[in-house]
Design a protein around this ligand. Structure first.
Ligand code: HSE
Length: 314
């Protein structure tokens, strides 16, 4: 096999929680995503040559960036002393609830593994990706898992055996709307309740089970209804998401089946049964945030079934 000189990988955005499954469900989106290009270096260690698309906000220091930390962990995993250089392009907004830190880590590790001739299989990359994600938002796999593996995932731990693929509803279209306000994951976690009444636990567990059952039956209306029934994160975080209730009302009026907070927010994800409904919903939500003076970035996308992938190699 010819030795590659340069590899660029894409890792998709993802939505932690998927509404009803706080810290246990994740979903990958076809767009947006981050790309990382990797090349060999004459120097040892991991260097970040440049980061684009972040407005100059992310650190180039290799011990502070999720991509370089993840790649350094990968090099230790395969016992390599080879140095590498990274170019990171952020397609994802920062602190938006779309798994930005995870996507950079996943793209970096996926690219370097391909550069080295794929000594590890895709699933074995999870551990290195988690190390990168951990420096920003702790050890959790509800973004790294779907970004690496694609699809809708159940995540019950941080080992690869703890991540299971769930069926993807055939007609699902997602409208992602990111209001122009920042919500740090740490701040959104600080407002969460530490205890829940027993009747909330019973209702939440029931809706989690209903969500999984509806996925297996490809019953999109029931899937979305279960997604919206969260009693853990949404009630505690609603005040951090501008116009959440109105956005849900407007989205449904435009044809969406429902709307949830993506991860820790502030991105909202409206769930639709077709492209036409999704386009109408996006239009309506754009108007809401424009008229309110906040502004928002929006797009229509679908579930990404593939996960991280190579987009260029030389
Ligand atoms: N599941 C986590 C949370 C992170 O809701 O805080 C999501 O990206």
């Amino acid at each position: 096999m010819t030795k590659l000189a340069s590899v660029e990988a894409y890792a998709p955005a993802s939505m932690g929680n998927v509404g009803i499954g706080f810290d246990i469900f994740g979903m990958a989106f076809q767009e947006p995503g981050d790309t990382v290009r990797v090349e060999y270096s004459d120097a040892s260690g991991v260097e970040i040559v440049a980061i684009t698309g972040d407005g100059g906000r992310l650190p180039l220091a290799p011990d502070k960036n999720t991509a370089s930390v993840a790649v350094a962990h990968y090099l230790r995993m395969i016992d390599s002393l080879q140095g590498v250089r990274l170019w990171v392009n952020k397609g994802l907004p920062l602190a938006s609830g779309l798994g930005s830190s995870a996507a950079s880590a996943v793209a970096g590790v996926f690219a370097v593994n391909a550069l080295f001739g794929e000594p590890l299989e895709r699933k074995a990359l999870l551990a290195a990706c988690l190390e990168g994600e951990a420096i920003v938002s702790g050890y959790h796999a509800d973004n790294v898992g779907p970004s690496l593996l694609g699809g809708i995932t159940l995540i019950t731990g941080t080992a690869i055996s703890d991540i299971r693929h769930l069926p993807v509803p055939s007609d699902l279209h997602c409208v992602l709307v990111t209001p122009h306000v920042a919500v740090e994951t740490a701040a959104a976690r600080a407002v969460l309740p530490q205890n829940l009444p027993l009747d909330h636990i019973v209702r939440q567990t029931g809706q989690v089970a209903r969500f999984v059952d509806a996925l297996y039956r490809d019953d999109l209306a029931a899937v979305v209804s279960a997604m919206e029934a969260d009693l853990i994160a949404e009630p505690a975080r609603a005040h951090l998401m501008p116009h959440l209730d109105e956005a849900r009302r407007i989205a449904k009026r435009a044809g969406a089946l429902g709307l949830v907070i993506s991860g820790a927010g502030p991105t909202l994800c409206a769930l639709c049964g077709g492209r036409a409904e999704a386009d109408a919903t996006r239009h309506a939500l754009d108007a809401l945030y424009q008229e309110s003076g906040i502004g928002a970035t929006s797009r229509v996308t679908c579930v990404d079934r593939e996960g991280a992938r190579i987009i260029r190699s030389l």
